[in-house]
Each structure stands twice: as C-alpha cells, then as structure tokens.
Design a protein around this ligand. Structure first.
Ligand SMILES: Cc1ncc(COP(=O)(O)O)c(C=O)c1O
Length: 456
C-alpha cells in the first residue's frame, strides 16, 4: 500500500485494520467499532468528500466547521510547498515573512482595535493563550484572575479550554479543572421562557452585572463567549445581547474575549461575527477558517491597549513559547487561504446562499419532531423534539443523522445541552456552497426526518 496517499479502490479493510489497533478516535467507545465502523475518507474536492468505497458525500460540516474555502485548492498546496522549500521552519524568537504578512493582514481585517497577534496551532491553544493573557493582564490590575464563561459554550479540549466549556460531558471526566471559572446561562432563546429576545438579552446582561458584583469586580479578569455557540447547538444570540454584555464588561473593567474559532472568516456572512453583532472585543481567539484546515494554525489577537499593559516598563513580556507558533508553512497556507476568501468574496456568498438555505430549513418546522431552526449565514441548527416538546434522545438524533448520511450528505450533531441529550442537527458547509448544493442539504435532511418520523 502506498504509504502516503490511499487511492480510491485501495483495500479498505486493510486501512481499517491499520487504524483499528492503534488509532484512538474522539468521542468513541472503541468496542462499538465492529458494529458501527467509521468511514475511511480518502479524498475531497470542493464541497465533496469521497470514501474508500468510492461513495461521494456533500460535506455539510466543512470537516469540523473549518474548510471555509472548500477542499482541493491547489494554490494553497503550492504556496505551502514553496514555503517548505524556502524555509520549512524557524521559531518566532526571530522574524519570518509569512507570519509577519499574516499578522499584518489580520491587523487590517480584524474588528475593532485588535491588532496584535499571538500565533498558536489550534483553537484550544488560542483559548488557553487568551486565559493566560487575561490573567497576566489581571495581575497588573490588582490581581484579577476569574473568568466568566457560559453553559453550552465550547472552548476547546485543553485543560484551559475544557474549564471554560459549559458542556457537562466535556468537563465532568476531567474535574477538578481550573479554579476561578464561573458559568452563566447561555442566550438560548428557544427554551428560555422569555417572551422576547430583547428581554432575554436584558436578563442575561443583568445577570452578568450581578455575578461580577457578587464575585467582586476586582477579582474578575474576563468574560468569554462564542458569538454564536457552535458545537453546543448553534445558538445565535439575541441581536443586542453581545452589545449589552460588552457594556457590562466595560462598566467593571473586565476584558471581553470573543471566541471566533468557528464564526470567524466569513461563516456568518460577515468576516467576523463580532462585526455582525457590532461588538469590539479586547481579545479574540481564532483558528479553523484561518487556514480552512489546510494546515493547523490558530491565533489570539489583542488590542494595542492590552498589549501595551503587558509591555509596560519593567514587564518581561508574555512568558510563553510554542515551538510551532507562527510556523512558516502554516502561515503560508493561511495567507493563501485569506487571499482566496477575500478575492472570491466568500463572505458574501455565505450571506447570499445562507439566506436561501435558512428559508428552506425553516420549512422543516412543519415536521413534528422539529422544534426550532436557527442560524445565520452558513451556520445552522435544527433542534429535534419529542411529541411533548422535550429534547429528542441522542439515539433518535443519531438515527436521523444516519438517514441523512444515506442520502449522501454529511451533517453533525451538537454536544448535549447541559447533561441532556444531543438533539440538534448542525450544518456548517464550506462557504463556496452553491444554491443547488444548499437545496441538496435541505432535501436530504427533509428525507431523513420524514423517514424517522414515519417509524413513529
Ligand atoms: C468555539 C471554539 N473554540 C475553541 C475550539 C477548539 O479548537 P481546536 O479543536 O482547534 O483546538 C473549538 C473547536 O471546535 C471551538 O468550536
């Protein structure tokens, strides 16, 4: 077998055998593998991935919410190849051109006053870096160290990221996690009992205010939020929510960290969701769409104000190093990715195609097991319910998912709400999606749901 690339038609069982004894897969009890084998994905192009049996799927999750420019972009591969020949590696203890170019470009396109970039290799590391920046900054503000996060939020798999995450299954096995983390309710209108989104935003901002006062404002370093909760069930907030939360943070001198790991780089129909909701964060985390997954890279951006505090007279600088932070090849991939994203105006495409997709998905609400359809741009969730309105159990959601897959479309499902079941289908395709492909996604979900519904 070719050791680098398995071609379609390769002996798939051989690949499965290779994998079986040593690869440890996420969120999986490996004893179920024989009964429910994983797919072997061997190639991809545009929005389509192909498995080892030659079956093609429309990838309506862009891998893991990340392949924004779509698969198979030769320009990215060539840019990386050229960079590897020129300078494959050097740490950021010195300067390299692709990292300098990328930081400069990010400084231009990031919302508000974010213009200083710390490079890492993933979203989780970007979040851990944000925690450390908030704490290092907080030390200079009389010892602020606490971080306020939200239930249902996801911020990564590292110990720091898991500490901020508000999903029981992703936290409980690893507790005790970081001290000084407090969680608030998420802006989850569907089950909030509020009469309007405006009321919910008001209530949650008042709650943040009360929690900061209760904790002692002089102990709170930062509030962190995904602008739209992604893996926790695609939860777009009320229109004013983030602005109101920003006001409270400003009132008490608390940093606002916006985690744009999923929402950044066009997904919501704006380049950043902070632009969509009109907020200026003090710190922003990003990854995924930064390179569209072609190579691993993440970043944490801060305002000049925060940067200057950590570079004041007598400060020794930020005490962290990542061997691969600002890796020249990853930065070259990200630079080419951004060039494509901007030149092809994929943010606008996400807005246009997303509008039609959202309208079509809304019709699914006619199916009894669909409780809510929510999203914006090219990030959507379809929440499934039982007859009495309770969340559909995870097994039901998994069945729907497999029926949709049988229709040739790959979608995802959320992590359970608090310790509840996974009951939201997630849709987050590449931003190159066409209207026809959007229609294919909706039709596959419609078929899957009706099949499930018919089984009673
Ligand atoms: C909002 C958010 N933050 C952080 C992360 C962690 O990113 P990574 O998986 O690259 O470590 C994710 C991953 O899905 C995410 O959705």
């Amino acid at each position: 077998m070719n050791s680098e690339i398995a071609a379609v038609g390769e002996d798939i069982q051989k690949i499965r055998d290779l994998d079986k004894d040593h690869v440890w897969h996420p969120f999986l009890n490996h004893n179920t593998l024989d009964e429910n084998p994983l797919g072997v994905i061997v190639k991809a192009d545009g929005c389509t991935v192909t498995d080892g049996e030659g079956r093609e799927y429309l990838d309506a999750m862009a891998g893991l919410w990340c392949v924004n420019i779509g698969y198979g972009r030769k320009e990215v591969a060539e840019a990386v190849y050229r960079q590897l020949l020129e300078l494959p590696y050097y740490p950021l203890s010195q300067i390299n051109l692709p990292a300098a170019r990328l930081a400069d470009q990010l400084g231009d396109i990031l919302p508000g006053d974010l213009d200083r970039i710390w490079f890492v290799n993933s979203g989780s590391e970007a979040v851990d870096t944000a925690i450390k920046i908030a704490r290092a900054w907080g030390r200079t503000q009389g010892g602020r160290y606490k971080i306020i996060a939200r239930y249902q939020g996801y911020h990564g798999g590292t110990v720091g990221g898991a500490s901020l995450t508000g999903q029981t299954a992703r936290r409980a096995p690893f507790e005790p996690l970081l001290p000084g983390v407090v969680h608030l309710q998420a802006p989850y209108f569907y089950r909030s009992g509020c009469s309007s989104e405006f009321d919910l935003a008001e209530r949650l901002a008042e709650d943040l205010d009360a929690v900061i006062r209760y904790q002692g404002a002089d102990t709170v370093a930062a509030f962190i939020a995904e602008p739209i909760i992604g893996g926790g069930g695609v939860i777009p907030p009320p229109a004013d929510y983030l602005k109101k939360m920003r006001e409270v943070c400003t009132r008490y001198g608390v940093l606002m960290i916006i985690d744009e790991v999923i929402t950044g780089f066009g997904r919501t129909g704006e380049l950043f969701a902070s632009d969509l909701y009109g907020v200026k964060p003090d710190v922003m985390t990003m990854a995924k769409g930064l390179s569209s997954g072609y190579l691993p890279i993440g970043a944490t951006a801060v305002t000049d104000e925060v940067f200057q505090v950590l570079n004041a007279e007598g400060e020794a600088g930020f005490q962290q190093i990542n061997t691969y932070g600002g890796h020249p090849a990853s930065c070259a991939a990200a630079n080419k990715n951004l060039e494509i994203l901007l030149e092809e105006n994929l943010t606008q495409n996400a807005r246009d195609v997303g509008k039609g997709l959202g309208e079509a998905l809304a019709h699914l609400k006619d199916i009894p097991c669909v409780g809510d359809v929510r999203g914006v741009g090219l990030i959507w969730g379809v929440e499934l319910i039982e007859e009495n309105g309770d969340p559909l159990p995870t097994e039901g959601t998994a069945k729907v998912l497999s029926y949709v897959n049988e229709e040739g479309v790959l979608i995802g499902k959320n992590a359970g709400i608090a310790d509840g079941p996974s009951n939201t289908l997630t849709i987050s395709p590449p931003l190159i999606l066409t209207e026809e492909q959007g229609a294919t996604i909706v039709s596959a979900i419609d078929t899957g749901l009706k099949k499930f519904q018919a089984e009673g």
